[in-house]
Write a protein that binds this ligand. Structure first.
Ligand code: FE
Length: 132
């Protein structure tokens, strides 16, 4: 981890909803996230530290109610950790740069990867292409 802030620092920096998802691993309710239907071209970055995580080019409608991507911009930017909470076997995804919670990754995505990165809008910021 490059960014290593205290809980107090994160609380100050993030709004309460972002804090609950990014730092306390909450999940935003399905179909409520602000990026679910975003079709603009650009890059999705970590809502906590700004690390570049996903491209709009690999975003697709999974029907799950959360922004979904079939690959990450750089696999190295994302950490995968087994998650057995809620009686489910899942793989949690975290921003490797700051350790913040992003969502989960599943193996039911479309080709060519067959992977579905299922990400909370609240874990992301969007940098529109050509915006400075
Ligand atoms: Fe981050």
């Amino acid at each position: 981890m490059v960014v290593n802030k205290t809980d107090e620092e994160w609380k100050k920096q993030l709004d309460p909803q972002q804090y609950r998802v990014l730092r306390k691993k909450a999940t935003e309710p399905a179909f409520t996230g602000k990026y679910l239907h975003n079709k603009e071209k650009g890059v999705y970055v970590c809502g906590a530290c700004g690390a570049e995580l996903f491209s709009s080019d690999t975003k697709y409608d999974s029907g799950s109610g959360w922004p979904s991507f079939w690959t990450a911009l750089a696999k190295d930017n994302i950490l995968e950790v087994p998650d057995r909470a809620l009686g489910m076997e899942r793989i949690e995804i975290l921003c490797r740069n700051c350790g913040s919670h992003l969502g989960h990754v599943f193996d039911d995505g479309p080709q060519p990867t067959g992977v579905r990165y299922c990400v909370n809008s609240l874990s992301l910021d969007f940098k529109k292409k050509d915006s400075k």
